[in-house]
Design a protein around this ligand. Structure first.
Ligand SMILES: *Cc1c(COP(=O)(O)O)cnc(C)c1O
Length: 433
């Protein structure tokens, strides 16, 4: 039985349900989706939109995928959930086996949790517990770079960019960490030693108190869609080793192929001590994240008091999520994903580079399956969103950034339509005032 009817459910929703980073006063429109298939979202009014967002990096195989549906359905018949304290199950073991296989060799131990933000909390606690186990309990701070994004829970927020992360609102709950300048947007060819100077001096001065460096490898996502030189990561790895500091790679957005390699760390040929995975892990079907670490770190935590890693979510290693993650990883590895990412990058070059000349466009950049237009001014959200929807595409800008990260399965014709509609809508929006 429904409590709401076809005429009033949207009004009710609009006045009672929060949306991400939005007020609850009806100021910003939300579009009701009735179903989704492949790269297309269908709205309640029947309109179809080509999806340019992969629902925030996650739906890499598109919507309503028969293989992923079947994986969940099959798991559902045996068990939707069971606690992970004292019990285990095959789907979790299978997922750990896949993650150990596809990530760099030293990452051998896996902790499953509910969401990206929680995996960042877990990674931070892991680093601190490791140093505690090694008798260095003064190492409790993090070192990170500005313009980063690591999630919305308190521990994660404390290492997000202080300005875009609104640290001033939450001063009493956010820990005070060390922030180096954001890595310069550059390639290895443009590398200058100066680029790491600020970071180096922070780690040299404060390493006694620093448990770990945390950063997003190669691509800074929600903090500004910025791409930086692999050499920066290599230098960070060297400095971490030199100063007994762990390196946490937050691959929640970059993981599973989005930047052109399975993991962005591969582009710098470095191995982090701890890696966070989320978003595309389940092909976007269920919320789930994983933290991988080395045997050495796991051993130190497990053998020194309290002889346990102090974290354990209720829905840890949910079997439905594990089952769909296993299917999603197999689907990815058995697809020509590199080729598809290259095709996306080529299409971004074709359609976005010409926008560089436009008044009102500050920068155009793309990497793998990520295409970005950075405007001079923040977008008028309701207005530009309505233009996108009118043109049959779904894009969710933030601030000055209008960006794309389509599902990997998008076909060239749809990709062209998405990019054409996107650039037209931006052009109209820039001309309107
Ligand atoms: C999205 C994201 C997170 C947070 O993940 P949630 O699942 O939203 O909690 C953390 N780090 C990065 C790099 C992300 O892109």
């Amino acid at each position: 039985m429904n409590l709401l009817n076809d005429n009033n459910w949207q009004d009710f929703e609009h006045s009672h349900v929060w949306h991400p980073y939005a007020p609850l006063d009806g100021a910003l429109p939300v579009y009701p989706v009735s179903h989704a298939q492949g790269v297309r979202l269908t709205l309640e009014n029947g309109q179809e939109l080509i999806d340019g967002m992969s629902s925030w990096w996650s739906m890499i195989h598109g919507y309503n995928h028969p293989v992923l549906n079947a994986a969940i359905n099959q798991q559902l018949e045996s068990m939707a959930h069971v606690m992970f304290g004292g019990l285990t199950h095959r789907p979790a073991a299978e997922l750990a086996a896949r993650l150990v296989q596809i990530t760099p060799e030293p990452l051998q131990r896996v902790f499953f949790c509910d969401s990206g933000s929680v995996s960042v909390e877990v990674a931070i606690k892991m680093a601190i517990q490791y140093w505690h186990a090694r008798g260095l309990s003064k190492k409790q701070k993090l070192l990170t770079v500005r313009r980063g994004y690591h999630g919305d829970t308190s521990g994660a927020m404390a290492v997000c960019d202080p300005e875009t992360g609104m640290h001033h609102l939450f001063t009493e709950v956010l820990s005070d960490h060390f922030f180096a300048d954001a890595p310069r947007p550059a390639t290895d060819d443009e590398w200058q030693d100066q680029d790491i100077a600020g970071f180096r001096s922070l780690i040299e001065k404060n390493h006694d108190r620093i448990a770990a460096v945390i950063l997003e490898p190669i691509v800074q996502g929600a903090g500004g869609m910025r791409f930086y030189a692999p050499e920066y990561l290599r230098q960070v790895r060297v400095l971490c080793d030199a100063h007994d500091v762990l390196l946490i790679a937050d691959e929640i957005a970059t993981g599973f192929g989005r930047t052109g390699t399975l993991f962005a760390c591969e582009q710098a040929d470095i191995v982090p001590d701890i890696m966070c995975l989320g978003k595309a892990l389940t092909g976007g079907y269920m919320t789930m994240a994983a933290v991988l670490t080395t045997s050495e770190i796991a051993h130190a935590i497990s053998t020194q008091p309290p002889k346990a890693f102090m974290h354990g979510p209720t829905f840890m290693a949910n079997p439905l999520a594990c089952a769909v993650a296993n299917a999603s990883i197999d689907l990815l590895l058995n697809s020509p994903w590199q080729q598809r990412i290259q095709q996306m990058e080529a299409a971004f070059a074709n359609h976005l580079l010409p926008c560089q000349e436009w008044d009102g466009v500050n920068d155009v950049r793309f990497k793998g399956g990520i295409g970005v237009l950075e405007l001079d001014q923040p977008v008028d959200m309701p207005s530009i969103t309505a233009r996108f929807v009118d043109k049959g595409i779904w894009i969710r800008p933030f601030g000055k950034l209008v960006y794309l990260m389509p599902p990997y399965i998008i076909e060239n014709q749809d990709l062209t339509q998405l990019l054409t509609a996107m650039t037209e809508a931006v052009a109209e929006e820039l001309r309107k005032d």
